[in-house]
Each structure stands twice: as C-alpha cells, then as structure tokens.
Design a protein around this ligand. Structure first.
Ligand code: SAH
Length: 353
C-alpha cells in the first residue's frame, strides 16, 4: 500500500474532509491493502458511536409504476415488459403491522414515481402508520415531487426521505437520464427536503455506465458538503430490459472502500449495506458492514409482488417471507459479531469525543 494513501485515510479519519483530488487519488490508487486499512479505521470510528449495533429498516416496495424513464432502471416507464403493481393502503398498513411485530421501528415506503400516490393518499398512509405506531419512524423514497408536496408529507408525520442524487456530475447525470429529467431539479428536491426538516438520504450507484474515478470523487465531495443523515450506495447491476443490459456490474470491493471513506467522512452517518451489494456477492452485506456500514434493509413487501419490483436483474430476497428476511439478516449480522437492534435507528452522537 502506498504510504501517502494511508496518510490520506488518516487525515479523513481525523478532519473528515479532503480535497476532491485526494478522494480521486484514493479511488484510483485503491488496493486490497488500502481497503483493509480504511475499513479498519472506519470500523473504529463507527464502534465509538454505534458499538456493534446494526439498525434495520423494513422496506415496503409500494409501487413499480413510474412516470420517469431513468436509463438504468428496470421499472422505467418505457419498459413494456415490466409487470406493474401497486399496493393498496390497507396492504401497506398490514405490512407495517407485521413488521412492527417482528421488531421493526422504521418503515421505508419506496416506489416508482406513481401518480396514483397523490399527496392526499400518501399523507393518509403516513398518518395512519404514525397513529398506529407512534414509536416508529416513517421514511419515504418516492422520488421527485414539488416542495409543497414534500411539506405536506412532512406535516403528515413522515420523518425521513431518501432520494439518491445518483451522480453529482451534471454531464454524467444527463447521460444516465432522459432529457425530461434534470440535475438541477434533483438537487432542488434534496435542498427542499433538508429545508423542510426531513432527515435526508442521498446516494449514488457505484460502477454506473460512463462513471469515472473523477465522478466518484465528486460524489464523495458532494456528500461531504451536503452532510446528509443517510447515504445509500450500491453497485450498479444491469437490467435486461434497459439499454445498459450488456454493461458490467459495479464492483463490490470498490463499493466497500467507498463505504469506509463515507464512514470516515461522517462518523455517525446512517449507511446501509444494500440489497444490490448482496445481489452481487452472497456475503456482500456482511462485507458492507465490515467496511463501515451500519444499516440493513430487509424486505417487508408481500411475497406476491417482490419479484416485480425489479430495479435490476437477479435481485435477492424475492421469495422469502418477511420473518425469514429479518431472521436471515439477523443471523448474518451475528455471524460477523454484530446484532440487529429494535430501535428507530436515529443518528447517535459520538460518546467518546
Ligand atoms: N423512484 C425513487 C426510488 C428509486 S429506486 C427515486 O427516484 O428515488 C432506488 C434506487 O435504486 C435508485 O435511486 C437507484 O440508485 C437504484 N437503482 C436503480 N436501478 C438500478 C440498477 N440497475 N442497479 C443498481 N441500482 C439501481
């Protein structure tokens, strides 16, 4: 391992910022030794705040109807082969009830940009969940909406919002998305969400088509400056019915290195070991935790629809019941010396600092 790269890791661990050129040096100069070093330091910082606790979020995939047409995504509007579904409010609420009994205290409602989920309908769902389970957090991940819509959802009781920025480089964003979508609009949404008071998650894919090391460095810089409460990153995985069907998958090792760098940058960041990581490597989520992640998101969607929420090919956990998913992830965490906790999983502050 190059000593100067280890030194950059040390600087990041103590000062939590680096010039964008140094992020790029770390990405370009990566090696297994550098990744192991960064992971060691990341785990040390995380331990001081979260011990060996891993937070869980119950993921409910509420709809795969989408008015958007992101080029990489399997549920994009122009994929005529997608089998479309949406969950009725009462089905969503019963998934939540089941999840509550299984120990979940955060529910993530994620879906395509489905106009059926008007503000009124979504607000009703959020308010019903909060009324039934006041001790739980509700996270929304339903894409780009107007500021007034985000405000209404917040007022209805939603606590958090996940909206990956996908890439912090405008030119790259424009390659991955159709002309109707705009980088500025994505950024406007993230700013509005933050101003309104949501705990906000941004994030990006690793190894998406056309991505360079400079793009990843810009993503790290963006996260450093935006200071989200959460950051979702996972490897790109091609979907057979998109123009990127033949593109290579993102790298699990690079994703893990980036998880470590994000942890060093923001020691209390809520950082999931994603399903995409588990899709490319049977031990991907364990590797993500060992690199510095501290969140896992078992699937609580009804088994009948899971296979249809197909963002990319070969997505895991599509055949299991919710309890199986929870137990499987719980056992995986125990196998590496961590435990899933019954907790809303809000950011904690460093006890030793
Ligand atoms: N409509 C919502 C939810 C999108 S799905 C929104 O716009 O935020 C959640 C995430 O899955 C996306 O933000 C994207 O980063 C990721 N994703 C989509 N297609 C993917 C693919 N082919 N490989 C890996 N991740 C993908």
């Amino acid at each position: 391992m190059q000593e100067n790269l280890a030194h950059l890791v040390d600087v990041l661990a103590t000062r939590h910022v680096l010039p964008v050129e140094d992020y790029e040096r770390l990405v370009v100069g990566r090696s297994p030794e550098l990744a192991a070093y960064a992971a060691g330091r990341a785990v040390e910082l995380r331990k001081a705040i979260y011990g060996t606790d891993v937070f869980v979020r119950g993921l409910i995939e509420i709809s795969n109807h989408c008015k958007n047409d992101c080029r990489y995504c399997g549920v994009r509007r122009s994929n005529a082969t997608a089998r479309r579904y949406r969950l009725l409010p009462e089905v969503i609420l019963s998934c939540v009830d089941e999840g509550y009994d299984l120990g979940f205290r955060t529910f993530v409602l994620q879906g395509g940009e489905d106009p059926w989920f008007t503000d009124d309908r979504l607000c009703d769902i959020v308010a019903s969940i909060k009324a039934a389970h006041p001790d739980c957090a509700v996270t929304l991940s339903v894409g780009e909406r107007g500021r007034a819509s985000y405000q209404a959802l917040f007022d209805a009781g939603a606590d958090r919002y996940l909206l990956r920025h996908e890439t912090a480089t405008r030119e790259h964003y424009e390659l991955l998305h159709p002309a109707q979508m705009s980088f500025d609009e994505r950024m406007r949404c993230l700013r509005d969400l933050r101003d309104i008071g949501f705990a906000v998650g941004c994030g990006f894919m690793v190894g998406s088509p056309y991505q360079t090391s400079a793009h990843l460095a810009a993503d790290l810089k963006f996260v450093e400056e935006f200071r989200p409460q959460m950051c979702g990153i996972g490897p790109f995985v091609p979907h057979h019915a998109t123009e990127y069907a033949q593109c290579p998958c993102g790298s699990v090792d690079l994703t893990c290195l980036l998880l470590s760098l994000l942890r060093l940058m923001q020691p209390n960041l809520l950082l999931p070991a994603t399903t995409a990581l588990g899709t490319l490597d049977p031990r991907g989520r364990e590797k993500g935790i060992l690199a510095g992640a501290n969140v896992v998101m078992p699937n609580l969607s009804p088994t009948a629809v899971r296979g249809k929420y197909e963002l990319y090919d070969n997505k895991i956990c599509t055949g299991e019941e919710s309890a199986q998913c929870r137990d499987c992830l719980g056992a995986r965490m125990l196998s590496i010396g961590y435990q899933v906790v019954v907790d809303r999983g809000d950011p904690r502050q460093d006890q030793t600092a």
